[in-house]
Design a protein around this ligand. Structure first.
Ligand code: SF4
Length: 394
């Protein structure tokens, strides 16, 4: 197994969208004519000034996230990838772009494939037009299905689709219909999240006025349970709390986050994580405001919003929270390699408590090492499990 500390990813945040969705708390702003050429120049400049943070790792993934990066002209993507390739060979890399069905049109997809993009993550969210309207999305079912077809025709053989469950007033029947339509196109990967209401969003404001925007927990669990059974029957491996893949096609990029590998984040609000030569773990968030980030890049200034060195406690908790998201679980050896700490000494109390509650189980991996993982019940209560582990450190 590859040591996760020896491989890395590059994340590029494109902050522009056609319209702001009312549930969205990502760094994104609605704009008519995004400054694509300036953005590409600035990302290239940021990469050139920070590429040493990737040393001495091998880059295995490049991810264009957003925002709606399918609004970026493919020629600018190609320019960015050419610049990355001067430092990091990209031949065997997973190179993903998030695409909104409204902008994932045939010509764009053909050009993006030509530019070097080899994986597409399509924000379908739902195939029900009423739910899409409720979510404030600018696409409809027809466009979502057309994007999937166009992606196959453009030569994409690694496609992921995103779904949002548990929106008011959805039911299991909606999820059934979504999967009927989507699985017909055999996407290689699927991510499904329940709608969460973030306070700083339009939905957050409506919720404080008493509107019910998400289903209750029981309905959400019914939808999740149906989705899991249906995807298992269709041959998908449920490998992370919210992610499912055809065998051998887990998301390389997100797996870096869950395994504790370093990543370099470029663009407004992008996060980075890396270890320095002294073994200290750094976390950084870029300036979030797109115009201010662009201004700093043009002035050849660093665009850090904050940088912190993780304490031993934070590192241990982060390892638990990311490691337990994977259904394979976390071994004592992985925990020790990532944190320099002993899993049982550090979290024995929380492990006993969550095992007694039926949320976690302790087993032995094939080498006899201790293996900690979530039970099916723990999968549904992951936030409560993580809270138990965080309380040990208080
Ligand atoms: S398209 Fe995505 S990033 Fe843009 S506003 Fe909607 S949810 Fe947010």
């Amino acid at each position: 197994m590859t040591d996760p500390r020896t491989i890395a990813g590059i994340y590029l945040h494109w902050p522009y969208c056609e319209r702001k969705c009312p549930y969205c708390d990502f760094v994104s702003q609605a704009i008519d004519n995004p400054p694509a050429a300036d953005y590409a120049d600035a990302v290239i400049r940021e990469f050139q000034s920070r590429k040493d943070e990737l040393e001495p790792t091998r880059v295995v993934s490049v991810y264009f996230g957003g925002g709606t990066p399918s609004l970026m002209p493919p020629a600018d993507m190609a320019r960015i990838l050419d610049s990355l390739a001067t430092h990091a060979p990209l031949e065997n890399c997973e190179i993903t772009i998030e695409a909104n069905p409204s902008s994932a049109l045939s010509a764009f997809l053909v050009d993006a494939r030509q530019a070097g993009i080899n994986r597409l993550s399509i924000g379908v969210q739902s195939t029900n037009d009423e739910i899409l309207h409720f979510l404030g999305r600018i696409h409809d079912r027809k466009q979502a299905i057309a994007a999937l077809k166009a992606a196959r025709l453009a030569g994409f053989d690694n496609i992921s689709v995103d779904l949002i469950l548990a929106t008011q007033p959805s039911t299991v029947a909606h999820v059934e219909r979504d999967l009927d339509l989507l699985l017909a196109h055999e996407p290689e990967h699927l991510s499904a999240y329940c709608l969460t209401i973030e306070p700083e969003t339009a939905f957050g404001q409506r919720a404080t006025r008493g509107e019910i925007l998400a289903t209750d927990d029981d309905q959400a669990l019914l939808q999740l349970d149906y989705l899991r059974r249906r995807l298992a029957d269709a041959g998908y491996d449920h490998y992370e709390i919210s992610n499912y893949a055809k065998p051998g096609l887990r998301a390389v990029h997100n797996s870096l986050y869950w395994s504790g590998s370093p990543y370099l984040g470029l663009g407004p609000g992008a996060h980075s994580y890396w270890m320095d030569a002294a073994g200290r773990h750094h976390r950084r968030e870029n300036e979030r405001d797109p115009a201010r980030w662009l201004g700093r890049m043009k002035a050849n200034q660093d665009a850090a919003g904050f940088v912190e060195i993780l304490s031993a406690d934070n590192l241990a908790l982060e390892c638990i929270i990311t490691g337990l998201r994977l259904l394979d679980g976390l071994t004592g050896r992985e925990f020790e390699n990532r944190t320099g700490q002993n899993l049982i000494e550090r979290f024995g109390v929380a492990i006993d408590k969550t095992v007694a509650a039926g949320w976690c189980e302790v087993a032995a991996d094939p080498t006899g090492d201790v293996l900690l993982r979530l039970t099916p019940q723990g999968l549904d209560l992951a936030e409560s499990v993580f809270l138990e582990f965080s309380m040990v450190l208080d």
